[in-house]
Design a protein around this ligand. Sequence first.
Ligand code: C5P
Length: 282
Amino acid sequence: MKINAYAKINATLDICGVREDGFHSLRSVMLPVSLHDEIVIEKSESLSFQCNIKELCTEDNLCLRAARLFFESTGIDGAVAIELEKNIPFPAGLGGGSADAAAVLKGVNTLFDKPLDDTGLLTLASKLGSDVSFCLYGSPALCEGRGELLTPIDGIPELYLVIAIGKARLSTPAVYRKYDEAGLEARNDSDRFLKAIESRDRDAIVASFGNAFEPVTDLLAPETMELRSRMISLGAQNARLSGSGPSVFGVLKSYEEARICAQQLEGMGYFAISCRTLDKTY
Ligand code: C5P
């Protein structure tokens, strides 16, 4: 069977403190987007994994970890062959690995006659990574806790995006560490976003987007700041870091504007694509 694994953007990302387990308490509005990886998954004699990107073909790839976790926790004596066509840039803050893990969980559960219900799948998802639960859920949500506590959000208009990434690389744990060291005042973009949703004002919704990591990533990878300003000069209404970066997304008024913006950024040497937000991925 073939399954698409959709990327996410963080419309907002507020950090609310450090937990006892060392993870951070988040409040983040996440939106699924049309940019996706493609996964083919079939029953097989032994567990195997192939990918068009050789560096991802490792034993600890999230696709393999998701499949192993499914067989361990259900006690099913089975195996699958997984093929991944990677289109989502990585590591980028776009949830690509998490999306793949979520798609494998869905796929393997379907192939083996659905021994797990939605709650069972979400429990496994939360063990694989902070964003896997959201990717499995696949609709706009306020994500709290480590990112695994989901509250659905309705009423978000379809948004046209450009997503771009340059050469800078950022490590997620390092970005969180630098954020802690910086001692910044907490932001609350998520509540502004939720208020804007109530007012059904598209421009207010787009204006409420924010990411608490930006003051830190602007210093660690100035290219991400530059990319945000380039998007704004090219007509984006707002441009923000996604997750802990280094990808950046911009919101344009139409799909055509997003497409042109992506072309212009590509001309400047960035990897850039146009896409749109989705209401439901699965
Ligand atoms: O869960 P995930 O593998 O995506 O997390 C990667 C890293 O990001 C963690 O090891 C941790 O350093 C940081 N993180 C965090 N708090 C979160 C999510 C991630 O500190 N809520």
